[in-house]
Structures are given as structure tokens and as C-alpha cells.
Design a protein around this ligand. Structure first.
Ligand SMILES: *Cc1c(COP(=O)(O)O)cnc(C)c1O
Length: 392
């Protein structure tokens, strides 16, 4: 008996169904087959919709991007492979050699590094200023200043930038204002309502929320600027994998519930920490003792977010004891997970600074940053009480 020729490598047509899936399908295909060269022409010329190659775009990235667009009150944003690739796409899509960028002096570590090392290597000047002081930004402006990058709430000291003052300055000098909205999220702050031109996110953090996808998002208010950023992202290969987008969309469905719960927990934990006897200091924007409390209330509309920092008495030994007394709380330098995580900037994000440099920011060995999760608040408070007591 002769067997028919083997056709197992030929893809089987997708089974027909008059009903549609409720969950977003995961579409990992790298390439898309077209009906004819004419059909391809129509697609490239924008007369027909369709995907061609995953680096250029795919359904899972688009579904996720439209959802984050909706949260930010924006349109046309793109998903990138990480928060850093979102920032890179914005810088390299917009800037040219000879331009100058001003950054806030307490940016995310890799953003600082990109501005201190990579942009200058390519002929782009950079300098830094205190984002709580628009006068410092005014003094840093040069004739070739093209862009400003700020985070609304700084890491790990949770200082609140004077976004209104900086936006006014940017507008007056025709400088593009880019806001990294990762910490605040669109639920806590809407940069486009406050004069931002470009918004970036590490979707890895709160938006995705489960520490299982590394992604970013970037959107510009001006469609021409967006087209330039998108083109750079596609050319440099900064775009994202379908599976990560699919996971992040799944996480995003519960984002608002998670954010509200984590924020309520953070407010309670901050107050509880402030009552503990060997805690020297608690930083939470909605506490009246926060250095930027009034601005936080005005700018963030009462939303303090899920991040809390605190300082315990004692040096590194006390810090070690605290972490070891709370093994159920992941000691990991990330944020935005459903579970509470604890980080120690002196040994992680800020280890490259000198001790004096850290001291100038108020970051000593007793300084901890907490990304508060969605656990039961009473449980969390009792766990922190035990850990803080063990540090003494
Ligand atoms: C984590 C983070 C980034 C970088 O995001 P990745 O997804 O890790 O590349 C940028 N900005 C802020 C504020 C962050 O917290």
C-alpha cells in the first residue's frame, strides 16, 4: 500500500466557528501570508488593514496598546519590549546629535545611565535638575534643549515632581516634556492633562502586575512625533513578543482593582509603620509629614499610590535582620507585583552611588522601599511589625 505524500508541515486552516472566543486569542505568528501582490500593495498603502511581520506589529500588541491608550486618554501608543525600550524609542525617535535633554536628578537607574552614558556618546547633551524645583529646570535650559524627562513620583524617596511648573516652562520654551508614569500609573495621574507631550510606562510593573512579562509603552500627543517614535521602535527592534502582550493584557484586566486595593493597603501600612518604635521615618505622599504633601494632594488628587518608603534605626545589620524576619515578603528590587515586595536601595538600585551621594538623598542603610501588594492589610501590617521588631 502506498502512503499519500506527507503534508504534515503544511499548516491546517483554522477551524471555522460561528461563535467567537471570549478570551483574547494568543497570536504568535511572526509572518502573515497575503492573498496576492495586489493585496500586499493595498496593505502597505493603507487601503487595507493587515499585519505583515510581528516586529512591525501584531494583534496582541495592538489589543494591549489600545487598552493603555484608553487609560491614558491617548491614541496610537505602541508596546515595546520593556520600559527601557519605550524610553529608548522616544529618545532615539525624536533626538538628534547636538540636542540637549534635561532629566530629573532621581530617575530610574537605567534611565539615568542612558542619559549619562549613551546619549552623550551619540552626541546628545544631557544635564539634570531637581524636579521639585522648576527654577532649577529653568536654569538648566540651553538654546538646544529639546526634551525634558521626569518621573511624577521619584524612586525611592517618593518626592513629587512639580509637573505643572515644569510643563509651563517646557511649553514656554517649546521643549518636549516626557513623563515616565510608571509609579503613578494612569489611575493615579494623567500626564496629558498636565502638559506632557510624551508618556512612557514600564508595563512590567503595575499595569501588568504579576512579574511575568517585561514590557513598555510609549505614546506621543502629536501623531507625527508618534510616527517617528514608532518607526524607530520597529527599526531598532524594540517591539514586544505576542506572549508577553497576551500576559500583560490578562493582568491589565484587573489593574484598576489591584491598584485601588494596593493603594489602600499602602496608606494603612504607612500609618502603621509610623507608629512603630524603631521606625525613624515614613515616606508616603498622602501623609501630612511628607515633604511634598501639598503638591501631592493637588497634583495626584488624593491618590498616594502603592509605594511606601521607611527608615529603620540601625545599620546594615538591622537591615539584614529585618529582611530575614520577613521571608514571605519577596526581597526583590521591583515593584507593582500583586504581592508586596521589599527593596533596599543602598544594596541595589543606589549601590553605584557613594555613601555621601546616598546620604544627600536621605538613603542610608536603614532605608527600605515597599511596593505594597493586594494582600490582606492586617496580615501585612502584622508581618511588618514583626520584621521591624526583629531589626532592633
Ligand atoms: C522599571 C522601571 C523602568 C524600566 O522598565 P523595564 O520594564 O524594567 O525596562 C523605567 N522607569 C521606571 C520608573 C521603572 O520603575
Amino acid at each position: 500500500m502506498t502512503k499519500p505524500p506527507n503534508s504534515i508541515v503544511r499548516r491546517t486552516p483554522w477551524p471555522e466557528s460561528s461563535s467567537r472566543p471570549v478570551a483574547t486569542p494568543l497570536q504568535p505568528s511572526v509572518v502573515y501570508a497575503s492573498a496576492s501582490p495586489d493585496a500586499l500593495d493595498a496593505q502597505y498603502e493603507g487601503r487595507a488593514k493587515g499585519y505583515t511581520y510581528a516586529r512591525e506589529g501584531h494583534p496582541n500588541a495592538d489589543v494591549l496598546a489600545r487598552k493603555i491608550d484608553g487609560l491614558e486618554g491617548a491614541s496610537g501608543g505602541i508596546i515595546t519590549g520593556s520600559g527601557m525600550s519605550a524610553i529608548a524609542a522616544a529618545f532615539f525617535g525624536v533626538l538628534k546629535a547636538g540636542d540637549h535633554v534635561i532629566g530629573a536628578d532621581q530617575l530610574y537607574g537605567r534611565s539615568l545611565r542612558m542619559m549619562k552614558e549613551d546619549l552623550p556618546r551619540l552626541g546628545i547633551e544631557t544635564s539634570f535638575a531637581d524636579p521639585t524645583d522648576p527654577a532649577a529646570f529653568a536654569a538648566a535650559i540651553r538654546p538646544n534643549t529639546r526634551m525634558i524627562l521626569v518621573e511624577v513620583v521619584s524612586n525611592p524617596t517618593l518626592r513629587v515632581a512639580d509637573v505643572a511648573g515644569i510643563a509651563e516652562l517646557a511649553r514656554a520654551h517649546r521643549i518636549l516634556l516626557m513623563v515616565d508614569n510608571t509609579f503613578t500609573t494612569p489611575r493615579g495621574f494623567q500626564p496629558f492633562d498636565h502638559g506632557a507631550d510624551i508618556v512612557v510606562h514600564s508595563v512590567t510593573k503595575l499595569l501588568s502586575g504579576h512579574s511575568d512579562a517585561t514590557l513598555g509603552y510609549v505614546v506621543a500627543r502629536d501623531p507625527e512625533l508618534q510616527a517617528a517614535i514608532t518607526s524607530t521602535a520597529v527599526t531598532f527592534g524594540l517591539t514586544a513578543s505576542p506572549f508577553d502582550c497576551w500576559l500583560a493584557e490578562r493582568g491589565l484586566h484587573s489593574f484598576e482593582l489591584r491598584y485601588d486595593r494596593a493603594e489602600a493597603n499602602a496608606a494603612r501600612l504607612a500609618d502603621a509603620l509610623a507608629e512603630m518604635s524603631n521606625v525613624d521615618k515614613v515616606l508616603y505622599p498622602m501623609r501630612p509629614d511628607h515633604p511634598d504633601h501639598n503638591r501631592a494632594v493637588a497634583l495626584l488628587g488624593g491618590r498616594g499610590g502603592n509605594m511606601v518608603s521607611f527608615v529603620v534605626q540601625g545599620g546594615r545589620d538591622a537591615a539584614n535582620r529585618l529582611v530575614q524576619a520577613a521571608p514571605q515578603i519577596a526581597f526583590a528590587p521591583t515593584l507593582g507585583d500583586i504581592g508586596t515586595t521589599l527593596s533596599h536601595p543602598a544594596s541595589s538600585s543606589h549601590r553605584a552611588l557613594t555613601e555621601e551621594g546616598r546620604a544627600a538623598l536621605g538613603i542610608g542603610e536603614g532605608f527600605f522601599r515597599v511596593s505594597v501588594g493586594i494582600e490582606d492589610a492586617d496580615l501585612l501590617i502584622s508581618e511588618f511589625a514583626a520584621a521591624v521588631a526583629a531589626s532592633a
